[in-house]
Design a protein around this ligand. Structure first.
Ligand code: DQA
Length: 160
């Protein structure tokens, strides 16, 4: 199983930007923890960060036929990007959205979320630990998909 972790604009500034909201942890540290979890669970993992909407769309499209899961923090594009939403819909890969802060208890404009309706689930407000929760959640989604596929195969074999 391969998971691609996609990080939106300004997340490269974690550990520097608004520490009272996002905490002191750097993106590289978050990714190192995810990498450890992936190695322990025999999951292939790749990371991508961009400040550009089109590059995020391109990376989501590249997941088609290549990755089985996407973990994405679209950052500010969460609130504006129909293009990122459409890309997630287009590839049809189970996607978990992560937000470090609780976007529901911040400014009004952060309550608009273009991305959540096309995701399997959303994790908000747990700080950087949310990325670990997303990894656990994704392994659960994969286990359920595998079990459903096996049940389908079994049913097809008995019908033969
Ligand atoms: C964020 C929340 C967004 O509203 C904001 O623009 C970000 C980070 C979060 O992880 O809490 O850049 O996605």
């Amino acid at each position: 199983m391969k998971i691609v972790v996609i990080q939106g604009p300004n997340l490269n500034m974690l550990g520097v930007r608004e520490q009272q909201i996002y905490g002191p942890m750097k993106l590289e540290q978050i990714h190192a923890q995810m990498k450890d979890f992936a190695a322990q669970n025999k999951i292939e993992i790749e990371f991508f960060q961009s400040n550009l909407e089109g590059e995020l769309v391109d990376r989501i499209q590249e997941c088609f036929g290549d990755a089985q899961g996407i973990i994405i923090n679209p950052a500010a594009y969460t609130h504006t990007s129909i293009a990122i939403r459409d890309a997630i819909s287009a590839v049809g890969i189970p996607t978990i959205e992560v937000h470090i802060s609780n976007i529901h208890r911040r400014e009004e404009f952060r309550k608009t979320n273009m991305i959540a309706p096309v995701c399997s689930s959303s994790i908000v407000g747990f700080g950087p630990f949310g990325y670990h929760l997303a990894m656990v959640g994704m392994t659960q989604i994969m286990t359920e998909i595998k079990a459903a596929q096996e049940a389908q195969q079994k049913a097809a074999q008995t019908a033969e």
